[in-house]
Design a protein around this ligand. Sequence first.
Ligand SMILES: Cc1ncc(COP(=O)(O)O)c(C=O)c1O
Length: 419
Amino acid sequence: MSTAWTSRYALRTKGIKSSAIRELLKITQRSEVISFAGGLPAPEVFPIQRFEEACHRVLEQNGASALQYGATEGYEPLREMIARNMARYGILAKVENVMITSGSQQALDLIGKLLINTGDRVLVEGPTYLGALQAFNVYGAEYVSVPIDDDGLRTDLLEKSLRSGPKFMYILPNFQNPAGTTLSEGRRHELVLMADKYGIPIIEDDPYGQLRYEGDHLTPLVVLDRENLRRDNGYSLGNVIYLSTFSKTLAPGLRLGWIVAPPEIISKLVQLKQGADLHTSTFNQFVAYEVARDGFLDQHIKLIRQVYRERRDVMLQALDEFFPPEVTWTHPKGGLFLWVTLPEGVDCHELFQRALKENVAFVTGDSFYADNSHEGGRHMRLNFSNANREQIREGIRRLSVAVKDQIEQLHLTLAGADV
Ligand SMILES: Cc1ncc(COP(=O)(O)O)c(C=O)c1O
């Protein structure tokens, strides 16, 4: 008799759906489709030769250690390098504040494991990173969603949601995924002050902070928290756990991210990570260290900024040129995405199907809302890092055909309803 597997699935798997994005990506991988759907870095900027040399050196000089089991916290020289790099942004973490994770996606999962009981509310931005919702959903999270505007989270609307007692806030201050918006300096201060007032911790997810194409770097929440609220604690970080990753600055295939947290939280996370994967790939950590060292990472980030800034500008210009005036979009100062708002009544799923006929793809906005709000129905997320200049221009032209068509359909329907 064959096992009825589905009847044996744990309760926590109920309601877990395959990511809408993963499903969309399958369709959009046809070669004739220009895809703005994924969040993929540009493969042309992967430093393949540097990786080749680094692999060689690691195996030659440290082969036995690189192929051995390692410490759960991560490879110490890499953690030290991360701490040194973060100090430039004011994050004064010591090595014991840094834990390496298998991508920052694992950091989100471990944080869910650490903090969420079934039914706990997590305060998120509307819209927010879909992968975080997927990570938290497994632990039975419920959500309170606070809208964003061009300056990031609407801190003026925060207080009411904080009074409802969320377990923590999950915030994307820089070039937010999906909207590309950045939390203003003023709102950063307000946010950490309110976090302190209500005793609600913040998870600051910052995969894109180093990919700024214009303007000045803004102070991370973890720094404001330490400086403003816990000055006397020195290096011991306070109310904020900070996450970042090498996925967008070196290569996502490495699966290397990190968490910055007070030592007592790191030691709890270490226990949870042991149950998940013992440690992140030792070999990949050695190689990443070898690739990044001697200033290479800084140089490489400069190159990435240059390539992505150009692609962003091409997309913004093409949107100006081809899109009708009733459509608006964000002007991200960094990161990988921009966010398009269509006129009320346009359905992004119908638009997606129409766009596929033009051989162009994006991600529908509703995927990024925790509360199934209808707000997402008229948005699309566009990625500008993965396609080249010609593809971006042509893709936006194709998309404009689909957008104009959908808007015209909407007008016809409304006119019909008036008769
Ligand atoms: C906001 C955000 N957090 C986390 C991740 C996960 O990144 P990683 O590749 O480090 O797991 C992503 C990936 O796109 C992201 O956009």
